[in-house]
Each structure stands twice: as C-alpha cells, then as structure tokens.
Design a protein around this ligand. Structure first.
Ligand SMILES: [Zn+2]
Length: 192
C-alpha cells in the first residue's frame, strides 16, 4: 500500500505486526506526526516517555524501539536517512496556534487531523498522546531552552519503522509554519 498525505492533512490506517511503514519527505523540510494504538485495546498507545526512558536519548533513530505506555515494543526503527526527529512535543493543535502564535480563527493542525481520522477507529481526541514527530528538528540548549529549526530532511529522505504488534496508526503532514520552514508540503508513505 502506498499513500500520499496532502499538505496540512492527515490519515489513519491499520498496520499488521511485521509490516514496515516507510515515511518519505517528498520535497524536503516537511514534518510528519506519527501516533499509534494497539489494535486490540486502544488504551495502549505510543509513549514518548517510555521510549525516551529506555533509549536513554531524546534523539531516536535506527536501532531504537518505540514503546507503548505498557512498555511493549510498538515499532522498531529499521532505517533512517535523517537521524533527527522529535518526541518531546505534542502534535500542533488549535491551542498551539492560539497560545503561542496568537492566531485567531481556524488553523489546520496535526491534532485536528489525527482526531478526525482516528475517530473511525473509536479513538477519542483526549486519547491522542505526544506524537513521534518525524523529521522535526528540535534543538535543546544547555539551559533547557528549545529551538525549532528547519528539518534536516532533504527531498526523498525517509524513515522505516517495523510494526512489532498489530496497530492503528495516525500520520500527518504537519501544519505548523515554523516546524516546516514556513512552507507546507505533502508526505508519502508505503506499507510493505
Ligand atoms: Zn503539526
């Protein structure tokens, strides 16, 4: 299966244990937020805290495992052209744009796009956890300050994640200006 996520939109689909999800930055400098739930029990979800704890780094890449809130492996990262992704920040949301950017009125967001697409799997908006923000380039200063810089991904760069259980997956082409160097691009994905 292959898919294309248009700029500032998202999708959700099932992934079987053993399948590999390849996420491709078609044009470069585009973030894709990823979340996942155990298909049999959606109160088990992809956990930033568990994954960072067990990897002992905030920069997860090839060879690292992404864990659930129950400390079971959900994904293994099996290939990564970029080596810089974020797992600290929540998906951009209407509140992100209101609180940080003082934006008034509707603004497309990863949170809304995940909630809309995950609804048909019975997943409520409040169940959406911190996303694995593929290609997002967040630098941490020595004083703890965060800087959101343009992604390091170039056109055609990809990451591959192997599903370690049956999953429901949500995936976006991120809608936040700063995270994507102020230009919204599509994201491609392949399931094999
Ligand atoms: Zn976003």
């Amino acid at each position: 299966m292959t898919g294309r996520i248009e700029p500032q939109t998202g999708t959700a689909f099932e992934l079987n244990h053993g399948q590999t999800l390849r996420v491709i930055d078609i044009e470069g400098e585009q973030v894709a937020d990823l979340t996942a739930f155990a298909r049999g029990d959606t109160t088990e979800w992809l956990s930033s805290g568990r994954s960072i704890d067990y990897a002992n780094t905030i920069y997860l890449t090839t060879g690292h495992t992404l864990y659930s809130n129950r400390s079971r492996a959900m994904f293994d990262i099996v290939a990564d052209d970029v080596g810089r992704h974020d797992f600290l920040l929540t998906p951009c949301s209407p509140e992100t744009f209101r609180i940080i950017y003082k934006h008034e009125g509707h603004h497309p967001s990863c949170f809304e796009n995940l909630a809309t697409n995950l609804a048909r799997f019975g997943i409520a908006p409040d169940s959406i956890p911190t996303t694995f923000n593929i290609f997002m380039n967040v630098q941490v200063g020595s004083n703890g300050a965060l800087s959101i810089l343009p992604p390091l991904s170039k056109a055609g760069d990809a990451i591959e994640l192997r599903a370690e259980m049956d999953l429901i997956v949500g995936l976006t082409a991120c809608s936040a200006e700063m995270s994507n160097n102020y230009r919204f691009k599509p994201i491609a994905y392949e399931v094999a």
